[in-house]
Design a protein around this ligand. Structure first.
Ligand code: UDX
Length: 449
């Protein structure tokens, strides 16, 4: 936007500061810091990031932002729990006072001398609406999930989450997995998010209109506040630097040696774990497919193990260089690589969007939870550029799924469908495109506060 040469507007915005507060999880930190960069570089605002001690972002990668750390009070056990809902609820209690103090200090001119225009927080930080209200500061919410998911849980009755899609064909299937997992706790958590998001001044989505128009139309009836679809965030700048783990660059040198569109890239994001049996079925499925694979095995992916100990005996010798295993990959570069033919993903929203942006068809695999289940259904049944592995992980199913997507005509069709969407995405970021315009509206909206 500054390309227009409107320096006086830019100077004006430089005097307006935005305070951003990411939830301290990789899949939430990435979109928030990408958004911060967009609002700084493209819209010209000054940026302060408030963050917890736990999983604090690497401030040296963002020398132009101001960082404020708050104590989250989490014990070691609390910080390492696998129960993400309990973790998020606890943070919403423990951070109230330190966050309020930090924000009040900023508003009182403590340190950064620009005028604070608004607060932007992750939707999961529902407690921040009351803090913003008490300080008379507008709060805008960043929703790091798909609109399709939010629509599924927020628009229909809260007790029963139904997958409710209105497309050229209609179906309503209960998303069983969401219904059965500790429903009371999840219900309370989602109700809080929905209530405090409704009370906010607007929602920013890491999505683009051409992808989620129908879900947005439906959601707007329940949420008559401004919606800004300015994504995909990561396409504004080269590969993001907000990774909490070191990204193994041998992923790229290994991919360089593989034939075009031949490799299955496998990663289940930053949170999910598998048991030992599942891990071995994945390993055998990959080996038996006889196709090259790049597999991200995060330390701790299999609970109670260090790294690769649960691999079948002699596995690495057996695959003889046909596979490459890393702890963490530069995922956006990997998906952009010409050798990658498909992405086996847990369907976290960042991963799903990153795959769409590079036109890579997907295998949507277990294990999944929360929004990932809804995203997986959309990828396989609505947008139809992926296969959904719905049954329990089994080597034969895995092998067949990989071959169907990479080798068979069915996979070719998926690639064609996803490429159409990728082309639309490329246009949405250019001048006059839907995300470009939405960013302009967001900028003007913030300037009106
Ligand atoms: C979580 C939730 O699980 C997800 O469903 C929600 O939508 C956002 O927060 P996570 O499970 O980590 O995130 O998955 P995902 O949303 O896909 O985010 C993972 C991020 O880590 C992506 O941006 C991806 O590029 C990055 N990543 C992943 C790497 O940089 N290297 C890797 O090896 C794997």
């Amino acid at each position: 936007m500054e390309n227009r040469g409107d320096h006086s507007h830019l100077q004006q915005r430089k005097k307006r500061r935005l305070v951003l507060f990411p939830q301290p999880l990789q899949g939430h930190i990435n979109p928030m810091l990408q958004l911060a960069s967009i609002l700084y570089h493209k819209a010209g605002f000054s940026i302060t990031i408030i963050h917890t001690n736990f999983n604090s972002p690497n401030s040296s990668s963002y020398p132009h932002f101001s960082f404020r750390s708050i104590p989250d009070g989490l014990s070691e056990t609390e910080a390492s729990t696998a129960d993400l809902i309990a973790f998020s609820v606890l943070l919403n209690v423990k951070c109230v006072v330190p966050f309020q103090d930090c924000l009040a200090e900023l508003l009182g001119g403590g340190g950064d001398d620009d005028d604070v225009a608004c607060l932007i927080t992750d939707a999961n930080w529902y407690f921040t609406q009351a803090v913003a209200d008490s300080l008379k500061l507008p709060r805008i919410v960043l929703c790091p999930t798909s609109i399709c998911f939010f629509n599924t849980v927020a628009a229909p009755p809260m007790q029963e989450f139904y997958f409710n899609v209105h497309t050229d064909f209609q179906f309503e299937t209960p998303v069983l997995e969401i219904q059965t997992r500790d429903p009371e706790n999840i219900n309370r958590f989602i109700k809080n998010i929905v209530k405090q998001t409704k009370a906010s001044s607007g929602i920013i989505w890491n999505s683009f209109q051409e992808l989620e128009e129908l879900a947005l139309t439906n959601l707007k009836q329940e949420f008559p506040i401004p919606h800004f679809l300015i994504g995909p965030f990561h396409k504004y700048f080269p590969a993001s630097s907000s990774s909490l783990l070191a990204q193994d660059q041998t992923s790229i040198s290994w991919l360089d040696k593989q034939p075009p569109k031949s490799v299955i890239y496998v990663s289940f994001g930053s949170l999910i774990g598998v048991n030992e049996t599942e891990f071995q079925e994945i390993a055998w499925g990959l080996a038996n497919s006889k196709l090259p694979f790049l597999w991200v095995v995060r330390p701790g992916l299999v609970q109670g193990t260090e790294w690769l100990e649960p691999l079948p005996k002699n596995f690495l010798e057996m695959i003889d260089g046909r596979g490459h295993i890393v702890k963490w990959a530069p995922q956006q570069e990997v998906l952009d690589h010409s050798s990658v033919g498909a992405f086996w993903t847990h369907c976290g929203w960042n991963s799903t969007l990153e795959s769409i942006c590079e036109g890579v068809p997907m295998i949507c695999g277990q294990p999944c939870f929360g929004d990932q289940l809804v995203n997986a259904r959309y990828v396989s049944d609505v947008w139809r550029f992926g296969l959904h592995l719905e049954k329990k992980l089994e080597r034969g199913e895995i092998e067949r799924a990989i071959r169907r997507v990479i080798r068979e005509a069915e996979g070719q069709k998926m690639r064609e469908r996803i490429m159409i969407l990728k082309d639309k995405m490329d246009i949405c970021l250019t001048r006059g495109g839907s995300s470009y315009q939405s960013l302009e509206s967001l900028t003007n909206y913030i300037m009106s506060f």
